[in-house]
Design a protein around this ligand. Structure first.
Ligand code: ZN
Length: 217
C-alpha cells in the first residue's frame, strides 16, 4: 500500500546547504562533549563533600596515630608490659561503637588495648608541657584508669584508687616528676573523684593503705 520504502528514501534530501569547516565541526563537538560532561550542582556538591570527608578522615587518622604512639609508650612504661597499647578515638566510633564511644575512656575486658577519646589523648599528651591545667590532669588520670583496668582491676572504685596511686609513675612516663604526679592525684582525689558517680568514688584512698596491684611499682 505505502509507496515509501528504504530504497526510495533519499539521504541527500536531508542535507543542508550550510557547509561546516573542519574547525567548526570540532568546536561543535567540543560543546556537545562539555554538555554531556556537565554535572548537576547536587552531583558537584556530593563530589566535594566526599573529597572533604576523605581529607578529614586522613587528617584525623594521622592525628590519632600521632597521639597513640605517645599514649602507648606511657602505658607500657606504667605497666612494665610491651603487650599493652592505647587507641585514641575516631569520630566514626560514634557510629561503630555505641558501648564505649560516649565515655572518656573504656576497655573491653580481657583486652590489652585502652581506648581513649581523642581529646583525652590530646589532654594527656599536654602533660608534657608547662603549665598543667585541669584538663591535662583529667586526661592523665583517664589514661591511668584504663591502664589499671588492663592490669586486672574491674571494680571502678578500686581502679580509681590504683590509678591515683600510680599517678607518679604516669608523671615520670611523661617526663614530669613523681611529686607532680602525687600532686595531680591529690587534686584529682579532692576535686574530681568526689564528683564522679558513686561506683567510681574512692574516698580516703590516698590516705589509706597502698592498694595491691601489679601495676604499682
Ligand atoms: Zn573504669
Amino acid at each position: 500500500m505505502s509507496e515509501t520504502n528504504l530504497e526510495s528514501f533519499d539521504v541527500d534530501s536531508l542535507e543542508t546547504n550550510v557547509e561546516w569547516g573542519a574547525s567548526e565541526g570540532r568546536k561543535k563537538s567540543r560543546i556537545v562533549a562539555r554538555q554531556l560532561r556537565r554535572r548537576s550542582p547536587l552531583q558537584r556538591t556530593a563530589r566535594w563533600g566526599i573529597a572533604l570527608l576523605f581529607l578529614a578522615a586522613l587528617t584525623q587518622e594521622a592525628v590519632s596515630v600521632y597521639y597513640e604512639r605517645q599514649m602507648t609508650s606511657a602505658a607500657q612504661s606504667i605497666t612494665g608490659r610491651t603487650d599493652v597499647d592505647v587507641r585514641c578515638g575516631r569520630l566514626w566510633d560514634l557510629v561503630t561503637d555505641f558501648r564505649g564511644s560516649t565515655k572518656p575512656g573504656f576497655v573491653y575486658w580481657d583486652s590489652t588495648t585502652a581506648n581513649l577519646q581523642l581529646p583525652q589523648c590530646i589532654n594527656a599528651a599536654g602533660w608534657a608541657d608547662d603549665p598543667l591545667d585541669d584538663d591535662n590532669r583529667i586526661g592523665i588520670m583517664v589514661l591511668t584508669h584504663e591502664v589499671a583496668h588492663i592490669s586486672g582491676h574491674r571494680n571502678e572504685a578500686t581502679t580509681e584508687c590504683v590509678s591515683m596511686w600510680a599517678a607518679p609513675q604516669t608523671a615520670v612516663a611523661f617526663g614530669r616528676s613523681a611529686a607532680e604526679g602525687q600532686a595531680t592525684a591529690q587534686w584529682y582525689a579532692t576535686s574530681y573523684n568526689t564528683r564522679m558517680p558513686a561506683e567510681y568514688r574512692s574516698p580516703g584512698c590516698l590516705s589509706g593503705p597502698r592498694p595491691t596491684s601489679q601495676m604499682l611499682r
